[in-house]
Design a binder for this molecule. Sequence first.
Ligand code: PMP
Length: 328
Amino acid sequence: LEWTSARGWHDPGLRELHALDWHPATVGLHYGQAVFEGLKAYRLPDDGMGLFRPEAHGRRLQASARRLCLPVLPVDLFTAAVTRLVTADAHLLPDGPGLSLYLRPLLYAADESLALRPGRRCRFLVMAFVTEGFFGPDVRPIRVWVNERSARAVPGGTGAVKYAGNYATSYAAQEEANAQDCDQVVWLDALERRWIEELGAMNVFFVYGSGSDARLVTPPLDGNILPGITRDSVLTLADHLGYRTEQRRISVDEWRVGCGTGEITEVFATGTAAGVSPVGDVRSRTRDWTVGNGRPGPITTTLHRELRRIQRGQRRTPAWMHRVTEVS
Ligand code: PMP
């Protein structure tokens, strides 16, 4: 889909994946006026395809676009575009336990100008790729590195939207985590450097207690954290399953001490790519610690399983699957 200030949205089309010619002065390249989404389509038991919460992703793209002064795409056009692509590409998805179709919508300023003003010609496109689960089909606890040097988001910045530049600035921190033999970065707040915000490109949950006394705690959406669709889904699903939930700040010290006393029993991360992934080991400049016994806990396992069942059409509540292809 193309957008110009004069014509609005126009020229929808479906094309084979092909290279685009970018003029060297493309606005999106120089000034980063680009936002994106990431969502998945799954094979349902009757062989149809289901998209997970496309309207929620469409609304988040709108929020991202507003923040970056990009044109706002109506949610029905967003859903129509991803639906059309999934219909065309469904045959690419072979049967396989961990496989799904990952969809990458992108919205960027495509006009050629070095003037520092919002693009007047923009483009929205969606790509599809067959993908495995982020961490493979099995649930493997991830090891995380507490990043004390840089911040992903600053108050008043772009942390709460899916802005391309947020990811470029986090490369260095991810390299540092990799050098420490860790999978993901723990992002702390920019001001006090102690409040936990996110884990790499995932939101994070802490489980206090166990059994029917368990309580799930996740940092609140304070303007710096990306409002993950999986985070929102897990909060709702936890409610359906009878777990209490709480949105409040939690510091690195509380995390470390809580694991030491056994008050924190499980920690997991959530995201479209990762689903629900347990956190095993935590490393930082001064201390290392382990969550529980380092293995996936029962609540993490239950949430992981129930979310997968919804996405594969084996559980119908909450009703989050948007059916794409009709069964012939
Ligand atoms: N935080 C960040 C920074 C992310 O990039 C993502 C992935 N979109 C998430 C959290 C998780 O969001 P979602 O559950 O919508 O994939």
